[in-house]
Design a protein around this ligand. Sequence first.
Ligand SMILES: [Zn+2]
Length: 349
Amino acid sequence: MGKILTILSVIILLVSGFIYGEEPMDNMTSLNTIIDKTGAELRWNPYRSYGELTLFGQSVIFKPDIPFLLINYSEKSENMDVKRGDNGAVLFSNKAAAFIYDILGPKPILPDLMRIKAIIIDPGHGGKDPGAIGSYNDGENQIQLREKDIVLSVAKDVADKLKKIYRDKEIILTRSVDEFITLEQRTEIANKIVLKDNESIIFVSVHANASLNSKAKGFEVWYLPPEYRRELLNQSILDSEPSDVVPILNTMLEEEITVESILLAQSIQKGLNQSVGSFIADRGLKEESWFVVRNAKMPAVLVELGFITNQEEAVILGDKRYLKKISEGIYNGISGFINHFEMQYSLGD
Ligand SMILES: [Zn+2]
């Protein structure tokens, strides 16, 4: 029966929909804010226009235009202003709100589920910048290879695979055609995505290697070195923190992102080893402050697919079927990292 009454009052509340609302005045706090901050449950009696906030056995009863609160059905707290705003929203004086926070206590902090919001795949070079150039002989002709074409093909393939599986995530290519974009523009794409506290972005830059030594071969995955310091905190946090805390916070964030970058790099390395390890050698993880990786405020890695200047690898990099295998390896690496990242943090450690 009590349940039916509650449901009924909720329905009436929804129909009349009025008691919530934004704070129109500086010295008042809305009912909405109080519920938000405490996580308390509200019961509203629409016939008598009074409400009760409850949390963990504590109760606060209020009635607009009656200047007191009733605490736990027994204690009356005087001089607590409660009134209706212009739009009907129930408003409490800040003094009354502070008193209610004291009674109900703060909202229990539950760890937010961490999630990857966006995955940015960045094919290097493009347009007037061909990147590394190589060639191989297919038995009849000398075939020209350009890094910008190889990495675009792999990046698009990786993005397509990700889009099919991760429908809740933004999958972004920094370029999807043969066009020139600057390094700054690439990282800007990533850095302008708006993230909640529990959200992160992955940034994967795709390149192919070149060397004067035609024997050099193998794939490499690069991540950012720990000693590189970035401005990771936005100005709003900086403004509210004492200045001696900022470098510490910055370092902590830095280390967190470095660890995630290493894990992402390891996962891609593993993926590539499984898919193409038998014909492209693993040169291991590398640490370097590549510009494109350095400016990205997120786990970010750079993959070198292989050497376009090595005859064997040029043949592989010139073959669409092999490129598919490479994309598969990178895709598996990224999805392995996502599973680890989202699982690990959802368990709250
Ligand atoms: Zn490159």
